[in-house]
Design a protein around this ligand. Structure first.
Ligand SMILES: CC(C)(COP(=O)(O)OP(=O)(O)OC[C@H]1O[C@@H](n2cnc3c(N)ncnc32)[C@H](O)[C@@H]1OP(=O)(O)O)[C@@H](O)C(=O)NCCC(=O)NCCS
Length: 174
């Protein structure tokens, strides 16, 4: 039987859960992200507490956690850039291998997108490493498409990432 998956916004006291999931994602899927595991392990654990406290309540930054029963097994960040354009992003998406292909990734991206729409965003953006074909297929299946902005990956200058975007369906209906 499939485990039931749920998503909720991080709570202020979940800094250690955030650190655990973030280091697990960088260890398991280093090709997918801008930061490296080595850099993240050097970060003071207290700064994850500060990030969790901020992402629990900020109107422009949030983290959503995926659970199977009571066990955290994935995450996504959602944020709105500073500045006039105020573009909305989902980032750092990761689902633990044991619970992949169960629509946990889709649930995370949809909950994060819904939250961004509630903050006023009409589109959600995501940077995707070109070599990460799984993520490209995953995001395309959710309706994201490339918009022609291509940059080198900060952690590996031989690799490139591309910017993808999806319109918020419900924002179009207003
Ligand atoms: C990308 C990721 C978040 C998808 O999570 P998930 O919970 O398995 O996703 P869902 O179950 O919601 O959707 C799965 C769909 O994504 C695509 N997909 C996921 N894994 C795939 C794979 N190994 N090969 C091909 N397509 C894949 C398929 O369309 C798949 O549909 P299917 O299960 O019916 O075949 C997960 O594979 C992951 O954490 N990867 C490592 C980190 C990463 O790449 N993050 C994205 C950074 S941009």
């Amino acid at each position: 039987m499939s485990p039931s998956l749920t998503v909720s916004r991080i709570a202020a006291q979940q800094g250690s859960v955030l650190r655990e999931l973030r280091t697990a994602s960088l260890r398991e899927a280093p090709y997918a992200f801008g930061e490296t595991l080595a850099d993240t392990l050097l970060v003071d654990p207290a700064s994850f507490d500060e990030t969790a406290a901020l992402h629990a309540h900020s109107p422009t930054l949030a983290t959503f956690l995926l659970y199977t029963e009571d066990h955290p097994c994935g995450l996504v960040h959602a944020y709105i850039e500073d500045g006039d354009e105020a573009r909305a992003f989902v980032a750092a998406l990761w689902v633990a291998p044991a619970v992949r292909h169960l629509r946990g990734g889709e649930l995370l991206v949809n909950v994060a997108s819904q939250w961004l729409a509630e903050q006023g965003a009409s589109e959600a953006h995501a940077w995707i490493a070109e070599e990460n074909r799984t993520a490209v297929r995953f995001y395309e299946r959710l309706g994201f498409g490339p918009i022609g902005d291509r940059r080198t990956m900060p952690a590996n200058e031989e690799e490139a990432k591309q910017l993808y975007v999806r319109h918020m369906p419900h924002a179009d209906q207003s």
